[in-house]
Design a protein around this ligand. Sequence first.
Ligand code: NAD
Length: 289
Amino acid sequence: MGAKLLQGKPIAEKIKAEIRAEIESCSKKVTGVPALRAIQFGDDQASALYLKSQKKAAESVGIRHEVTALNAKAVEDDLIGEIERANRDPNVHGMIVQMPLPKSFRVDRILEAMDPDKDVEAVTTRNLGRLVINKAGLAPCTASACVRLIEETGVDVYGKEAVVIGSSKVVGLPAFLLLIGKKLTSMICHTGTFKSGALRSHVRRADVLVVSAGQPRLIPGGWVKEGSIVIDVGINQVDGKTVGDVDFEGAKQRAAFITPVPGGVGPLTVMMLMKNLMTAFKLQKGIGS
Ligand code: NAD
């Protein structure tokens, strides 16, 4: 029997309904429309696509989406100036600094200029630090999407073994921290694990496997534990096809649940961003969740 598919779209629709209900309930307590501001520099194609999907998701739930575009002559301090303006603006509840930025810009300095309460992508040190101490708040969207997909299986994963592959600050590391927070026995693997030849032995034990390495079909289906939950974050182009980091056909024969690529984690990520915006809105309006 094959694994059940964890499709992102129907879950994204569920989250949409949750956000609409949240907005409705907030509108009875406070004034103001939840608003997200994206600060953009240059004309990168991937960044433009991300902006489009933010706008679509925001409009679908009733969040205002604004874009501040800096011209090509702008310098690092102009960008910081825009961030500070958004920090001070009571009508902006969350912001995103669109990547990529010019190579000469100091990305860390720029991101840390954001008010952590408005950092809806959770890239500031304070928001990552809150995850470390398992305090509720803003968590990176893709990592939260992974956890939501696991929750949607309905499986009781308390105390089960979770293995996360990839330790990036935006996906792997926060996913690992969120899973520890949910009381899974968690570990993180990276290139060092791969090079030492130990990856397989860890993957085989995983009741929950989250893979975010950006390496096409890194995980052969035969490594996947029978009855496990497999969350494949990877997006790779191979021979004109989009594939994940897991050998989907092989893994599907062994896992109980698996995300397809595309269509699994992806559709959820931007909705988690909207959820974060609502968390930020309520925080700033002094409404408990
Ligand atoms: P990254 O490049 O920042 O980090 C990759 C991590 O994987 C590193 O920690 C590295 O040590 C580890 N890694 C690389 N090769 C490995 C190997 N052979 N064995 C073990 N570990 C290995 O990547 P990221 O930002 O976390 O993104 C990873 C993938 O997820 C990419 O394909 C990206 O496109 C995709 N992604 C998808 C979404 C989504 O919404 N679906 C969001 C973000 C990223």
